[in-house]
Ligand binder design. Structure first.
Ligand SMILES: Cc1c2[nH]c(c1CCC(=O)O)Cc1[nH]c(c(CCC(=O)O)c1C)Cc1[nH]c(c(CCC(=O)O)c1C)Cc1[nH]c(c(C)c1CCC(=O)O)C2
Length: 355
């Protein structure tokens, strides 16, 4: 396995080491906005078949890197692989997003689920990780990922995506011990899953807490943050003689950055509802920051996108510790030329902030 990286700007920025320009990657950079992705997806059939095929998962991971000068690759998979391996029966209904055949609604069903073995039950993810790492040939680092226990629990109890989270909150408030049992099992599963991704070649990790921001401040600490902290303390933090940085992203978590920074993570993902400069002032030298352009800005003209990139660079200010990204995943309807304009704006405008 190649351990020497040709481009380590992303890892350097996360370690707060000097860089020549701000590194960039995009959440959901492999996906439906790319015609070449839609082509492979059609060939694979459904989305999970694509995830289960290491060669095709590798192919779609590399697609955005062939088009754009990105500084990191992210494993092509999904956060819902763990609940699927727990036996909930994941499927994707066309145009409706993820669904589970057997959602968890009571103590009994939570007690019945086990901890998946990452090399066996989730072996297809590990094969994708090692295939991608090999095929990257040391060009850029590979990011592995998982959902946070709370975010996974929302899908598992709701049975899919949700608008008001009434089922999962019903369990949280009426049977808190059942919810904690579920979160405990998920934290254990996520820890071994992420450690297996590192063992198979992931060089950096991201934890997606997409739905932590729907909780009250107190419940966020008790039901989401605490379990992410537990995961971080159980992770292998070095591979190939290099630190494996962990980025924590709670969407709509701007008000909790100080608490998030105290979990032992290396970086925080920030969405566009928080000002980058304010975020930096609040976390100080504790962690690096990733973000934070509104993904919908990619519907604007390339000129307007460029202007927004400059605003965000200026807001973060000079020096290292910033990884440019969108504040959430790129939308399927975005014109790839606009994504290109966005990435080029970051590569062209950022060097002056690193002199
Ligand atoms: C909440 C969540 C999920 N999955 C994920 C999250 C956390 C990040 C976030 O908040 O967006 C994480 C995820 N999902 C996917 C990746 C791949 C890596 C990347 O390029 O970033 C990553 C990192 C591929 C995907 N995961 C999914 C797709 C679309 C599948 C398709 O091709 O039809 C992709 C490319 C499916 C998925 N998976 C999930 C949903 C809600 C959906 C449907 C949304 C949609 O249809 O756009 C759950």
């Amino acid at each position: 396995m190649t351990t020497e990286l040709k481009n380590d700007r992303y890892l350097r920025a996360l370690a707060k080491e000097p860089v020549d320009r701000t590194p960039i990657w995009m959440m959901r950079q492999a996906g439906r906005y790319l015609p070449e992705y839609r082509e492979v997806r059609k060939e694979a059939g459904d989305f999970m078949s694509l995830c289960r095929n290491a060669e095709l998962a590798c192919e779609v991971t590399l697609q955005p890197l062939r088009r754009f000068p990105l500084d990191a690759a992210i494993l092509f998979s999904d956060i819902l692989t763990i609940p699927d391996a727990m036996g909930l029966g994941l499927y994707f209904a066309e145009g409706e997003g993820p669904k589970f055949e057997r959602p968890l609604r009571d103590r009994q069903s939570v007690e019945a689920i086990g901890i998946p073995d990452p090399e066996d039950d989730l072996g297809y993810v590990m094969r994708a990780v090692s295939t991608i790492r090999r095929e990257l040939k040391g060009e850029v680092p590979l990011i592995g990922f998982s959902g946070s226990p709370w975010t996974l629990a929302t899908y598992m109890v709701e049975g899919g995506s949700s608008k008001n989270f009434s089922e999962v909150k019903k369990m949280m408030f009426s049977e808190p011990q059942t919810m904690h049992l579920l979160l405990e099992k998920l934290a254990e599963s996520v820890t071994s899953y992420l450690n297996a991704q590192i063992a198979n070649g992931a060089q950096s990790l991201m934890i997606f807490d997409t739905w932590g921001g729907v909780l009250s401040p107190r419940d966020y600490q008790e039901f989401s943050l605490r379990y992410m902290e537990q995961i971080i303390s159980g992770l292998t933090r070095e591979a190939d003689g290099r630190k494996v940085p962990v980025t924590l992203f709670t969407k709509n978590g701007g008000q909790w950055l100080e608490f998030m920074a105290a979990t032992g993570c290396d970086a925080l993902g920030v969405d566009w509802t928080t000002n980058m400069g304010d975020a930096r002032a609040r976390v100080g030298d504790k962690v690096a920051l990733q973000g934070n352009m509104d993904p919908s800005m990619l519907y604007a003209s390339p000129e307007r996108i460029r202007e927004e990139v400059e605003t965000i660079l200026q807001s973060y200010g000079t020096g290292t510790g910033h990884v440019f990204n969108l504040g959430h995943g790129i939308h399927p309807g975005v014109n790839p030329e606009h994504a290109k304009a966005f990435i080029e704006a970051v590569t062209e405008l950022s060097p002056k902030y690193h002199k």
